[in-house]
Write a protein of this length. Sequence first.
Lengths: 263, 257
Amino acid sequence: MRSAFSVYRHLLAASVRGMMQYKFSFVLTAIFNFFVSIADFLVVLAILYNFRAIGGWTTPQIGLLYGVVAASIGIYRTFGSELHNFQNYIINGEFDGLLLRPWPTLLVLLSRGIELFRIGSIIQGYLAMLVSLHYLGGIDGLGWKYLYFLALPFMSAGIFFAIAIATSSLTFWIGRVRELQTFTIYGPNTAAAYPTSIYPRWLRYMLTILPVTFVGYVPTSAALNLGSPAWQMATPLLVSIVSLYLAARLWELGEKAYHSTGS
Amino acid sequence: MYLYYLLGQKTYRRNLQYRAAHVLDNLGSALFGFIMIYIWKAVGANHQAMGDYTIEMLVLWAAFGQALFHFSVQAPHGLNIQQAVRNGNISIDFLRPVNFFLYTVCREAGQQFYNLIYKGVPLYLLYALVVGYHVPNPQSLLLLIPACLMALYVCLCLAYLVGLASFLTTDIRWASTLHMTMFITVSGTMMPTDLLPLGGLLKLTPWATMVYYPGRIYFDLNGLSALVVPLVWCVLLTCICLFATDRARRSLEVQGG
């Protein structure tokens, strides 16, 4: 396990060095990524500015929920970007190259194509959280829950990794999953940034099964006493572990079903 | 002219091969519209209107905006010009006996029309079943056609300029991201542009022509006057694109033997 992480660290460093060959582009993309990830929230802020609340959640509460989800997806998009492009490996026959490495394919895949410029969206998520936490009482009013919220994106990011691994695994059987990703990751990610309670029952079920509602809504609702019991603050970590385990098993099954394209 | 029509038709036909995959994409895209629809519905529980718009109208606006999004807002990043620059095919593209700007725009227009028929229309029908629909008066319906066509043209021109940025820098993600930020916020897909802070100014930008003005016409809020800003941008962007193409052609260096 330790050697696997050592390899991951080295491959990660190589990936970052490669990216830094285009410093100008990196800096500009990171800055604009900060703004694009906040763009859709700006529209919702305009609504909140007029109406003060959506579905009983006040502006700071929604800001906090949004920040947690934005930082979580930012962590996934930064360190799991190659999962997003995994279908290219199957379509172009490049997966054979990964199989030749003496390391688990998932590990090698995750160490490739790190998109550090997406760090802008993590920073933006944390900024939204810090501002919202300030209006919710700050460290004095929230106590240890303040630190809990700061750690929450790292616990919840596992859920996005699990969904992405599970979706990419399907590539072994169906070949193309780019369109499926909109349905399993990007749509639900956007939906998870707002209180699940405003959605109709069918959408609430969908967000629970996928299970992005545990990324921000359930833990935030539990920690701020907005209707969920306190024990549900543990759900992001629990759901991350269980879903990552299941996704890894699906990946293994997919690998067994894979047959090379070459001669 | 027939040549440009053929280019668009070819892209349209190529996309027909992926109809099944696009059904899945539609389901994901539908979610984005539903999110805004239910945000407005949640707001509507306690409020009646925002600016000139009733909450009921804003719910239908979110549906209309999402349906139009794939046609007049989201075009391929840089119209794939950056790939041609990177692999050198741009020199062949410039050698073709056609105008490069029109060649690229018409080629990609085929995909946008495909998106309208196989993404926009099914999405709108889905939303109509769930949240209802608005029937515009005949005059508005007639004006909607040029409004949507100009929206598409402006969208393609802006994406074209993003693509041309690859002549200046090898990586155009920053330009693409800037463009994306603007169209998500300002185009009017999620809510009418004039309801945003600085809305009076933002509705004069080219991004507002993508959904905001077609939306104003569709909901019978404006007549012929809603075509003025899009028309001005169509003319301006055509000049800018032709000028930028000329500069790009001059700056092109072909390496290799």
